[in-house]
Design a protein around this ligand. Structure first.
Ligand code: B4P
Length: 192
């Protein structure tokens, strides 16, 4: 099985690259951001609670996102592999993911971290906000809060995978297809 974690700050291009990778490698795409936004759209209680946090640029509690991933893994037991997009975002989420995958006798193959500087991230989020209608892309203060939450709460997840020798960094600035090709090259190397 090929199980990828696509990692990086908000606006790094995780969703953009995931869309291309799922077709190239026939993977099931698990984006916790998308899963949460579907809950919001459906007006569920979970969605209503998540929205209050997401709109402020804050993370949703670990148990909520871990529960959603657990459910999706159960639903897709015959998958050729998964791409985890925007998950894990905290070290407890990374630990829980390892435990969940162990139940299916599998593990993360590699973690690809997209590296983009803070000012470029803010530019991208605000540009997306012009058309996306996403409240968390709406204003600069919220975009900056999201980048700051990433730097304090999410960045340590890179060390977690580094200790397992699974961390690999890719420059996330430049042409989208060039970045995709660089990611594919790393994936091929990880299979050796
Ligand atoms: P996400 O949905 O994961 O949103 P994101 O970080 O903004 O997305 P991404 O990096 O995928 O950006 P994209 O490709 O679209 O999270 C939203 C919120 O949900 C979080 O803030 C949090 O509240 C909550 N949440 C989600 N998962 C959670 C978890 N595990 N735990 C707790 N809370 C969680 O790219 C952005 C823009 O850049 C796009 O407009 C794109 O066109 C552009 N772009 C991409 N690549 C580019 C390139 N190479 N050059 C120029 N522009 C590029």
């Amino acid at each position: 099985m090929l199980n990828l974690v696509l990692f990086g700050p908000p606006g790094a291009g995780k969703g953009t690259q995931s869309e291309k990778l799922i077709h190239q490698y026939n993977l099931v795409h698990l984006s916790t951001g998308d899963l949460l936004r579907s809950q919001i759209a459906a007006g569920t209680e979970l969605g209503l609670r998540a929205k209050q946090l997401m709109d402020q640029g804050l993370l949703v509690p670990d148990e909520v996102v871990i529960g959603m991933i657990d459910h999706k893994l159960r639903e897709n037991q015959s998958a050729a592999g998964f791409i985890f997009d925007g998950f894990p975002r905290t070290v407890p989420q990374a630990q829980a993911l390892d435990q969940l995958l162990a139940q299916y006798d599998t593990a993360i193959t590699t973690m690809i971290a997209l590296v983009v500087d803070d000012e470029e991230l803010i530019r991208r989020l605000l540009k997306r906000g012009e058309t996306s209608g996403r409240p968390d892309d709406r204003d600069e203060a919220t975009a900056r809060r999201r980048v700051s939450v990433y730097n304090t709460e999410t960045k340590p997840v890179a060390d977690y995978y580094s200790l397992q020798d699974k961390y690999t960094a890719i420059d996330g600035i430049g042409d989208i297809d060039d970045i995709f090709n660089a990611i594919c090259q790393r994936i091929e190397e990880s299979k050796d």
